[in-house]
Every structure is written in C-alpha cells, then in structure tokens.
Write a protein of this length. Structure first.
Length: 138
C-alpha cells in the first residue's frame, strides 16, 4: 500500500507540476499578448503623433501666408483710413481758411468803406466849414 500511495502521490505531483507549467505558460502567453498589444498601441500612437506633426509642419507656410495676408489687409485698411481722415481734415481747414479769408475781406472792405466815407466826410465837412468860414468873414 505504501507503494501505491507513493505512486499516487507521485502521479499527483506530476499532474500538479504539469498544471502549474500549463498555467505558467498560459500566464506567459497572456503576458506576451498584453505586451504585444501595449507595444502595438504605443507604436501606433507615436506614428499618429509624427504624422500629425508632419502635417502641421507642412501647414506652416500656408498659415504664415494667411497671417501675412491678414496683416497686409489691416495695414492697407489703416492706410486708407488715415488718408481719408487727413483729407477730411485738409478740407475742413481749407473751408475754415476760405470762410476766414472771406470774413477778413468783408471786414477789410467794410473798414475801407468806413474809412473812405470818413475821409469823404472830413473833406466835405472841411470844405463846407471852410466855405462857411469864408462866407462868414465876408
């Protein structure tokens, strides 16, 4: 019976050992599959990032040109606004100058008329006074 028990224990040990090795191989296979899947995912991610960066790098000249065009458009608009503003200021100043010059001419003209009428009045008044004096002496 001892021999049967030993044989039974031996068979039991072998079977346990085989099961352990099978489980270990299964774990090792599963672990290898997981490692493969993780490496594959990381490699795909790296490739996608590189592809995206390459696309972005190719877009830089186009984006730079778009920004440059936008800035050029803004500068042109600023130039047109400035030119328009300065031209309107020029027209306003000319209008004021014309109005001022007209007012000045009218003032000078009325002043000349006043001076002229004053001189005429003085001359006529002096002559009249002279005539009056002359006639009164006689």
């Amino acid at each position: 019976m001892n021999v049967t028990v030993n044989m039974s224990n031996k068979k039991e040990a072998e079977r346990t050992n085989v099961e352990y090795e099978a489980k270990t191989e299964l774990r090792t296979g599963l672990q290898q599959e997981q490692n493969y899947a993780a490496n594959k995912t990381l490699n795909e991610t790296r490739d996608n990032i590189r592809r995206t960066l390459d696309e972005a790098r190719r877009e830089i000249p186009r984006n730079t040109q778009a920004v440059s065009d936008y800035q050029e458009h803004n500068l042109q608009a600023a130039r047109e606004i400035t030119d328009s503003y300065l031209e309107s200021q020029r027209e306003i100043i000319l209008s004021f100058q014309s109005t001022w010059a007209l007012k000045e001419r009218l003032y000078q003209s009325s002043r000349i008329r006043m001076m002229h009428s004053g001189i005429i009045g003085l001359l006529h008044g002096g002559q009249l006074k002279g005539q009056l004096k002359y006639t009164q002496k006689q």
